[in-house]
Design a binder for this molecule. Structure first.
Ligand SMILES: [Zn+2]
Length: 180
């Protein structure tokens, strides 16, 4: 009885990825007057190394946002069970480990997907439970680095607005770090 329930539930569950229209993606950053004058800073912002490596969230025309939201919803739950369910609902396994660190070295507090989507980095704790690397990061602490993209953290829009002054200040600090 219990077994068939589990199987039925699994059958009803949707895949943890979806097809996207990739035409025109990324194009919006190549035009415009503002772009010419801020080319370097813009590119730097969109490849923010300080926030960890960016993954292309739309690979092969597939968007794994549902997977990331699923993993976040399972924080605190048993990893073996969570992994099994995720694997059964995916076309490939590696997107799981874009968010979940394999080991201590891979742990990241923030993981960037595409240009402007950020997620809490995850890991499996000593009790085999899915955990957040840095649970102290709040939505209010994050600032967008361009005005053209909608930035999100764990699927929620940033509350801070883009600030040109802040952008310049950040660039100045980045430049300083680079020279040091
Ligand atoms: Zn942008």
């Amino acid at each position: 009885m219990r077994k068939s329930n589990v199987r039925n539930r699994k059958f009803q569950k949707k895949p943890l990825y979806r097809k996207v229209n990739t035409l025109a993606r990324g194009v919006h950053h190549r035009g415009g007057k503002e772009y010419k004058t801020t080319r370097h800073s813009r590119n730097a912002r969109h490849n923010q190394t300080s926030l960890g490596p960016m993954h292309n969230k739309h690979r092969n025309g597939l968007d794994y946002t549902p997977l990331f939201m699923f993993l976040l919803s399972r924080v605190g739950e048993d990893w073996t069970e969570t992994y099994r369910e995720a694997a059964a609902r995916l076309d490939r396994l590696d997107p799981i480990f874009w968010l979940v660190a394999h080991n201590e070295e891979e742990k990241q507090s923030l993981v960037g997907m595409g240009e402007s989507s950020y997620y809490s980095g995850l890991y499996v704790d000593e009790n085999n439970r899915l955990a957040i690397v840095d649970p102290t990061i709040r939505l209010e602490d994050l600032h967008p680095w361009c005005s053209c993209c909608t930035h999100t953290f764990n699927g929620r829009r940033f509350v801070n607005k883009y600030s040109w002054e802040r952008h310049l200040e950040q660039n100045r600090r980045d430049e300083q770090d680079r020279l040091e």
